[in-house]
Design a binder for this molecule. Structure first.
Ligand SMILES: Cc1cc2nc3c(=O)[nH]c(=O)nc-3n(C[C@H](O)[C@H](O)[C@H](O)COP(=O)(O)OP(=O)(O)OC[C@H]3O[C@@H](n4cnc5c(N)ncnc54)[C@H](O)[C@@H]3O)c2cc1C
Ligand code: FES
Ligand code: FES
Length: 1251
């Protein structure tokens, strides 16, 4: 072992790490994937926000714990014992119970999140099994799943807890391995980083004292790099975990001392334990508050002192540790290493200390008998999000409710400088805390607080209001029964029950099995065990290079020059390619420029491809590509700006739709309401980033791509390189989530690697970072709809709608929605006359892209909200207006096509009954009357979704029967994205051929087998491909029939056919024509129906919401794989809830740069954001006569049903506004984020009272 080498134990095996040979920032994930070659651990964000890279780590005999391996430098791991997903189990060694249970309960769709989920659960079982099952769901607060909607994952994990009686200790038991002696060490990593691992405070001081002139990092958990990535580069890094003085926790009956390297998890449990000691009761609230910070994996690694230091360096950082410790009067012991002294200070004083040459050593807390602590953190998702505004309030009052000592009121998120609300602290002393007049004085003082207008914070309007309302909440909470009954519940938090529940109901027909049989995804165990391979998991090829994009740093300008000379000089760089190196066509789908030429259209546009030996080298060199710009303009970013600047793409010919005479109908209406509704962007957050590996072979290019559009990728690459299509093959084994964004958007990594491979003739790989993925590639198209609706009052009928739709397409229209939206504008309502138009706004944003129900989700929101507004004007409930206008059999849609069949009313009535809508509405009204600051609402919505088969689509499939063992191979033309297409295809093949499921296997598709096939998109590919599989199998059955004798087994029949040289391979190309022979229209083939109800609860004072219950009744026709279809419904709902409430995109208005380009700044729903009780039923006995398999599509339509929660929330807001004496009209633009809905409530602090 060389001097600086050290051992790491991964799944019981010892690896010797030689840091001198690894890049300075090489992480544990990199090591696991690229050195240990264990590809089950996935990677995406590299910032601790997604949970894909979760493994467990153990030091010494401490219990293993779940951590994010992407934040841990390998240098820190000396002697660590790591367990990865492979260490738990596999097909060969036997699956672990968690892997099996997650798979068997439908908890894995695309599977990309699954290893991380399993490891998070495994970590919990190892670290704190006693906390299960109560704290089970909290275990996953750092793990994103974008496919399943979490419900089946949570269910499966509950089963694990139930099933495993003695929660297994780690099978590999790495603690049995030889313990490595901890000793201090120092080495230099390949990038020149000097790494120290001292083991005593004295040693640490000596090292730090010498570092006052360089940028250094004190690594406790090293998680700070997940938030502030740009603080480096660092010349020196000191791992402080071996310093025993910094990891010590000491307490007696009066005080508590906690070392600086103590993790947040340890701090939380220490607080919990001590909170039963007299005088330390306040630590109970403190422990709870820490439990709201970050996520399990971060808390397991990150230290409280590291968190404070992030605030010290970045004053705008909304540090939860800071407000907590500052509020309760902690004192910090800071070691001055240069002067060998200790500075004692408060957290606030720390902010002004020069910390060069200093180390936080510990903090001290003392008993505070009789003090009450309240801490609130207002976040956009329930967990795993930094605060929009936080408050900590510490107060002591006597028996007459008078504040007897100066209280402490601390805020985070107000501004860089604001800490204490000193005016409030001062005025409260000697006042009755629960007196209305005192409260109003506090409100007046808080009114004066200056909220900094800065994009790093939430909106000023929100903060100004929340500052007051959250303080009011704290007072109500402390006041408890001192407060009058109708305001008391305002002091409580909206607490989710520990366990979410769900219920699924679907028809099956055993006579059709394995079709209609509920089977989980057949690849699921491979996914949950990490054995499933994705494009990025393919082994490193001999000679393989890595590519990274250099991007523009302005949004609108002309390029004068591109200088790649510096980049070419960087270590490892092999080539830098620009548009001039493209031998063929520099276009995606004949429109969009691939590599920027002369004009810059958006910030982050790819301008060059840097190709280097390693990914780190390519990333480092891309910043050296120098681009000179001139004529820079202020970017056009919004629809409003585009309208003002008259910036539109040319109007297509079909941009107007008319039905009936709207003018006449408006004249005949009793009431014409007009308004404007907007919806925002949504980033798909597919957990597998855009990635591709191109392998050049003898002038032939094989692309291993993560794409939904193999055919278009093949066409595009051939055009780019100026070669024939038969010189390009695109192969896709599976994709880790696409949601539409791996259609044309996947071209970027495909084209880049193909172009580089073409020039260099070596394999080239590209894997976009989360920032690139978010900045370069577009999102769901934002829409604005200006409308007028004419209504007849007597029967609440809508007579006419005029709507002008504006679509923000970005700079191109490659994936614009345009006239497609017209097909969904009616939702489930009959309106006799329509006039709709659309215009496509040209903005300085990347080309926006298709994402699950593109445009459709937005127009559905429009129609539902338009009806809700009609209800307000008529002073009735939205459900009354909806019921009055629901489609009836034979009524015609805006294209004059009759709706036949039509189940809208049947489904509506059924759901209304099962949810006891009317009774529940009465109960809710009583609740709202009794609770001024908590509101509930229940809503019902229908669904009618026109499902089209694009006229020219086709899928070519192959079915082969292998002689000797009679097994069956299917190669269909769809891409497995998690939607379960492979499982469905196997069910169909097994049923048609009459063989068991395990006789059939699906092999990955490729453009060489599945030539000229269409994209896997628009929800139809599963059904189309399965129909093709069925028809191919039917052909085989017919061919084999003459050889079939009575009682012959399948194997015997195959042998007989082989003997007679029967062709046991069939291909079938399914098209629009043979899929639905009776269809009269190219597009509008059939309607999907459904309905949903949602009960939502709002904490008025914070803006937090909980969806207490959601019921879905969905028409999947005769579903031939109901468990998978239910999974699609659940996943769709939660993704749409993301757009509705959580996911918000922000740009710099000056530069056009995307500001929300990380998991830190962009929040998708986590497992505790889903409906507490989610019930999904599939409609029985309604086979789809318009499609040969009698099923209906599932992927996209159910997304629309999440709108029921938006309407409920709208009702809650209207209740609040009514209480406030405000108008009951307001527009629920999406996303209706916590900030926006808080503002919409229009809280007036004059209405705050206690008794
Ligand atoms: C995904 C994610 C979510 C998060 N969510 C939240 C959240 O909701 N609320 C919140 O408040 N925070 C949040 N954080 C921040 C998190 O709490 C911190 O990253 C963590 O506590 C830092 O501790 P660490 O030990 O990893 O620090 P490190 O990363 O090791 O160090 C951070 C900084 O502190 C310095 N430092 C470390 N120890 C000392 C010491 N003893 N003396 C002097 N300097 C020192 C280092 O030099 C470095 O500059 C989140 C972070 C991530 C990655
Ligand atoms: S890749 Fe590590 S948390 Fe996302
Ligand atoms: S299954 Fe969870 S992200 Fe796809």
């Amino acid at each position: 072992m060389a001097d600086s080498s050290f051992p790491v134990f991964i799944n019981s095996r010892q690896y010797i790490v030689n840091p001198g040979q690894l890049p300075a920032d090489y992480t544990l994930t990199d090591y696991i994937r690229d050195n240990a070659l264990l590809k089950g651990t996935k990677i995406m964000c590299r910032e601790g926000g997604c949970g894909l890279c979760t493994v467990t780590m153990q030091i010494g005999d401490a219990a293993p714990k779940a951590i994010n391996s992407c934040l841990v430098p390998i240098n820190m791991c000396s002697g660590w014992k790591i367990t990865t997903i492979e260490g738990l189990g596999s097909e060969k060694t036997g699956y672990h119970d968690i892997q099996k249970t997650l798979a068997d309960n439908n908890g894995s769709q695309c599977g990309y999140c699954s290893p991380g989920m399993v490891m998070a659960m495994y970590g919990k079982m190892q670290q704190a099994p006693k906390e299960l099952p109560e704290k089970l769901e909290g275990t996953f607060d750092g793990n994103i799943c974008r496919c399943t909607g979490y419900r089946p994952i949570m269910y499966a994990m509950h089963q694990c807890v139930k099933d495993i009686e003695d929660i297994e200790k780690c099978k590999d038991c790495p603690s049995k391995l030889v313990e490595t002696q901890k000793s201090s060490s120092h080495w230099t990593a390949a990038g020149g980083l000097s790494w120290h691992s001292p083991i005593s405070l004295a040693e640490l001081k000596t090292i730090v004292a010498k570092l006052t002139a360089v940028n250094y990092y004190l690594a406790a958990g090293h998680t700070g790099v997940g938030v502030y990535k740009q603080d480096g580069p660092f010349a020196e890094c000191i791992d402080i975990n071996g310093v025993s003085e910094l990891t010590a926790i000491k307490h007696d009956t009066n005080s508590l001392d906690v070392g600086a390297a103590v993790t947040l998890t340890q701090l939380m449990s220490t607080f919990e334990e001590l909170s039963s000691t007299p005088g330390f009761e306040y630590l109970k609230d403190a422990a709870q508050y820490i439990g709201h910070m970050a996520n399990v994996q971060i808390r397991n690694l990150g230290s409280w002192a590291g968190n404070l230091m992030m605030k010290q360096k970045h004053h705008g950082f909304a540090s939860d540790v800071f407000i907590l410790l500052e509020c309760v009067g902690a004192s910090l012991n800071v070691c001055d290493c240069v002067n060998d002294s200790v500075v004692v200070c408060t957290p606030a004083e720390l902010l002004d200390l020069d910390m060069k040459g200093k180390v936080i050593q510990s903090m001290s807390l003392s008993v505070k008998p009789g003090w009450s602590l309240r801490c609130y953190k207002v976040t956009s998702t329930y967990r795993n999000a930094h605060s929009l505004l936080s408050l900590a309030f510490f107060v002591k009052y006597d028996d007459s409710k008078v504040v007897s000592e100066k209280p402490s009121l601390v805020y985070a998120g107000v501004s860089d400088k604001f800490i204490h609300a000193a005016d409030v602290e001062n005025l409260l002393l000697n006042k009755n805390l629960f007196d209305n007049a005192t409260l109003q004085e506090c409100m007046t003082a808080l009114e004066k607080v200056d909220c900094q207008d800065d994009p790093q914070f939430s909106s000023v309007e929100f903060r100004k209001s929340a500052l007051k309302s959250v303080f009011y909440k704290a007072v109500l909470s402390i006041g408890g029964s001192h407060c009058s009954p109708e305001v008391m519940s305002g002091g409580e938090l909206l607490a989710r029950p520990d366990i979410s529940t769900g219920h699924q109901e679907f028809p099956t027909d055993p006579s059709q099995y394995p079709m209609t049989q509920p089977v989980p995804k057949l690849d699921a165990r491979k996914q949950t065990s990490g054995e499933a391979q994705y494009a990025g998991d393919l082994p490193h090829m001999a000679g393989q290079l890595h590519a990274a994009f250099a991007k523009t740093t302005v949004a609108s300008a002309t390029i004068d020059s591109i200088d790649v000379s510096d980049a070419l000089k960087m270590p490892g760089v092999v080539s830098v390619l620009t548009s001039k190196d493209i031998p063929g066509v520099n276009r995606i789908r004949n429109e969009e420029i691939f590599l920027c030429e002369k004009e810059v259209f958006y910030y982050g546009q790819p301008v060059a491809i840097v190709v280097a030996e390693t990914e780190a080298e390519a990333m480092a060199a891309r910043g050296r590509v120098k681009v000179q710009y001139s004529g820079q303009k202020t970017p056009i970013l919004s629809i409003d700006q585009a309208i003002k600047a008259n910036s539109f793409h040319p109007d297509p010919s079909n941009n107007i739709l008319t039905k009936g005479n709207t003018q006449e109908a408006m004249k005949n209406s009793d009431m014409v309401i007009s308004g404007k509704i907007e919806t925002g962007e949504q980033y798909p957050m597919h957990l597998e980033s855009q990635t591709c590996l191109t392998d050049p072979k003898e002038g032939f290019y094989i692309l291993h791509a993560a794409t939904q559009v193999m055919g278009a990728m093949q066409t595009g690459v051939a055009a780019l390189l100026g070669i024939k299509k038969n010189e390009v093959e695109v192969r896709v084994r599976r994709v880790g989530g696409g949601f539409g964004a791996k259609q044309a958007r996947s071209s970027f990594s495909g084209y880049a690697t193909a172009l580089a491979a073409y020039h260099i003739q070596r394999p080239v790989r590209m894997h976009l970072t989360i920032e690139d993925n978010m900045e370069m590639l577009g999102r769901r198209n934002p829409l604005r709809i200006d409308y007028q609706v004419g209504v007849r009052k007597r029967d609440m009928k809508l007579l006419a709608v005029i709507s002008n739709l504006y679509e923000n397409c970005g700079f191109y229209t490659t994936e614009a929605m345009g006239s497609y939206c017209f097909h969904y504008v009616d939702s489930a309502y009959y309106v006799p006359s329509w006039k709709c138009s659309f215009r496509q706004c040209k903005t300085n944003q990347p080309n926006h892209c298709y994402i699950r129900a593109p445009g459709i989700l937005s127009v559905n929101h429009f129609t539902e909200q338009m009806l809700a507004e009609v209800a307000v004007q008529l002073d009735v409930s939205p459900e009354q207006v909806k019921e009055a206008n629901l489609y009836q059999y034979g009524q015609t849609n805006p294209f004059n096509v009759p709706i036949t069949p039509c189940y809208t009313r049947e489904i509506w009535t059924k759901l209304k009954e099962t949810t006891r809508f009317d009774d529940q509405t009465v109960e809710i009204a009583k609740f709202n009357l009794a609770n001024r600051w908590r509101k509930k609402a229940l809503s019902l919505m229908p669904l009618k979704y026109s499902q089209g088969f694009p006229a020219n689509w086709a899928f070519l499939v192959h079915v082969s029967i292998n002689h000797d063992d009679a097994s069956v191979t299917v190669i269909h033309a769809g891409v497995e994205l998690g939607q379960g297409i492979n499982t469905k295809a196997i069910q169909v093949a097994a049923r048609t051929l009459g063989v068991p499921l395990d006789m059939v296997r699906v092999h990955p598709p490729s453009t060489s087998y599945n030539t000229n096939s269409s994209p896997t998109a628009g929800s139809v590919s599963s059904d189309f491909n399965c129909l093709a599989v069925k028809n191919a199998c039917d052909m085989l059955v017919a061919r084999m029939a003459p050889y079939k004798k009575k009682k012959m087994t399948w194997e015997e029949l195959v042998a007989e056919c082989q003997k007679n040289q029967v062709d046991l391979h069939a291909t079938y190309q399914v098209t629009n024509k043979n899929a639905a022979p009776d269809a009269k229209f190219d597009f509008q083939v059939y309607d999907v129906f459904g309905a949903a109800s949602a009960e939502v609860e709002l904490d008025v004072l914070t803006g937090n919401i909980i969806i207490n219950r959601m019921d879905i009744l969905y028409d999947a026709g005769a579903s031939y794989s109901p468990e998978i279809d239910v999974g699609q419904v659940e996943g769709a709902i939660v993704m749409a809830l993301g757009l509705s409430f959580h996911e918000e995109i922000k740009y710099s208005t000056k530069t056009g740069q995307l500001l929300t380009n990380s998991t830190w700044s962009y929040h998708v729903p986590m497992c505790r954001d889903i409906p507490v009780d989610l019930r999904v039923s599939l409609l029985s006995h309604r086979p789809n006569k318009a499609f040969a398999l009698r099923s209906k599509v599932v992927a996209e339509p159910p997304m629309l049903l999440a709108e029921s929660a938006v309407t409920s929330l709208r009702k809650c807001i209207l209740e609040v506004r009514k209480d406030q004496g405000l108008s009951t009209s307001f527009t629920a633009d999406l996303p209706l984020t916590l900030e926006k809905l808080h503002v919409a409530c229009g809280l007036n602090s004059a209405n705050f009272n206690i008794s």
